[in-house]
Design a protein around this ligand. Structure first.
Ligand SMILES: Cc1cc2nc3c(=O)[nH]c(=O)nc-3n(C[C@H](O)[C@H](O)[C@H](O)COP(=O)(O)OP(=O)(O)OC[C@H]3O[C@@H](n4cnc5c(N)ncnc54)[C@H](O)[C@@H]3O)c2cc1C
Length: 380
């Protein structure tokens, strides 16, 4: 067993960390006003980071999973804008994989270069108001007519929805077929009948635009279907394995940054004549934060290793998602406690992580759903 990263991977981490640190401009203000940093997004596209997630024949670098995770961990450590981190993670783990997995050459050649360029946004349309954890209960429909598919329905709580140019839409082509009645479509949002709207203010991840997408009798050609009819849920499961495995990789980097900040504060802040870190209640929190960080890293890289071996990682994907999301919330709360009132006031930029971390308990399947999956895969 070799836990070392190669020299090239370490260099990529250092480069990505330095690049990510140059982003996060005006974050306090943008968080308050819920503003996405489109300039930073263009910088990410220019930097070439996105290319690591795309095969060489599409102008990518085709990194293995371990290299991808290492780059994202470093990005999360450098970039304080958790909304931007999720925007990046969503593109590379929820949008690229289904297109690359079952897209036709025409679909790949049309959309991947636009997405790499950084001025074309894509949203992943699964959740509906009445179908969240139970995604198969979705009502959105796609009916085949002689002119193409007619799309109806509404997707809610969707990242990038208000500014999306493209939606990966999951809809029922046969409502009587359960999981086998779901199909997937690549829908450009400039067609008739689509309405994009913005959610009202949210608890955290405010710099990531989020909202709903309504389809009112939209017509798309048959060529807009992504994969065969009826394979939507198997594509969903395949994409979800990538998403649950790695969508929180940036958060592991964020936890490393948080830990450094807390250690420095625990050493410098004095109460009762000595550094607060001298109290065991503070040092225990630091120890817990460090242990959580290591546990998350081990699971994240073990899952990446499995993927690089071409092995299935359904169990590890759910354990990774559950562990990192819960750990980030716990460590963010510890960071607030260690910083006292400074931790609680927005201007010191400690509390934002706690608000942002909470979203991770919900997207890509809630913690309860991950536990259900883990118990089932454990044989229950
Ligand atoms: C920040 C953020 C970004 C998101 N981005 C996207 C996106 O880009 N695309 C997209 O399609 N969706 C997105 N979502 C939506 C997300 O996937 C859903 O919110 C999630 O699947 C949960 O669905 P729900 O909100 O309807 O909750 P519900 O499914 O109604 O769950 C409510 C509660 O009941 C629990 N529960 C439900 N069923 C069970 C069960 N069987 N066993 C135990 N407990 C259960 C849940 O764990 C939860 O605590 C996003 C959500 C957030 C918060």
């Amino acid at each position: 067993m070799d836990f070392n990263l190669s020299k090239e991977q370490q260099e990529l981490k250092s480069k990505t960390y330095a690049f990510a640190k140059s982003l996060s401009k005006d974050l306090l203000k943008r968080d308050k006003e819920s503003v996405f940093d489109s300039d930073a997004w263009k910088e990410i596209a220019k930097n070439g980071l996105l290319k690591g997630f795309v095969p060489k024949n599409l102008d990518g670098f085709d990194w293995d999973a371990t290299t991808r995770v290492a780059a994202l961990e470093a990005f999360g450590e450098g970039c304080s804008d958790n909304g931007l981190c999720l925007a990046l993670s969503s593109l590379v783990w929820t949008i690229f994989p289904p297109i690359l997995s079952v897209g036709t050459d025409e679909q790949k050649n049309k959309y991947i270069p636009k997405l790499l360029a950084g001025d074309f946004f894509a949203a992943d349309g699964i959740t509906e108001e009445s179908a969240g954890s139970d995604a198969i209960a979705m009502k959105a429909s796609a009916s085949l007519t002689k002119d193409g598919y007619r799309l109806n329905g509404k997707k809610s709580y969707i990242g990038f929805a208000p500014i999306a140019d493209l939606v990966i839409l999951f809809a029922k082509t046969d409502p009587n077929m359960g999981a086998w009645g779901v199909s997937t479509f690549l829908v450009e949002t400039d067609i008739d009948g689509i309405t994009l709207s913005h959610n009202n203010e949210k608890m955290g991840l405010r710099t990531l635009p989020m909202g709903s997408i309504k389809f009112d009798n939209c017509l798309v050609p048959e060529s807009a279907r992504l994969g065969e009819e009826g394979v939507g849920m198997s594509l969903f499961n395949e994409s979800m394995e990538w998403e649950r495995s790695f969508i929180l990789a940036t958060q592991v980097g964020t936890m490393a940054r948080q830990l450094k900040q807390c250690v420095a504060y625990a050493k410098s802040r004095k109460q009762f004549g000595s550094a607060i870190g001298a109290n065991q209640s503070i040092s225990n929190r630091i120890a817990d934060m460090r242990t959580r960080l290591e546990t998350c890293r081990l699971l994240l890289y073990k899952t990446a290793w499995l993927k690089d071996q071409g092995k299935t990682a359904a169990l590890e994907a759910s354990m990774t998602k559950l562990t990192i999301s819960e750990a980030f919330v716990s460590s963010s709360l510890d960071a607030v406690r260690i910083h006292g009132a400074r931790g609680y006031l927005s201007e010191f930029e400690i509390e934002r992580d706690l608000r942002d971390a909470t979203g991770g308990l919900i997207y890509a399947g809630t913690s309860d759903i991950q536990r259900n999956l883990i118990a089932r895969l454990a044989g229950l």
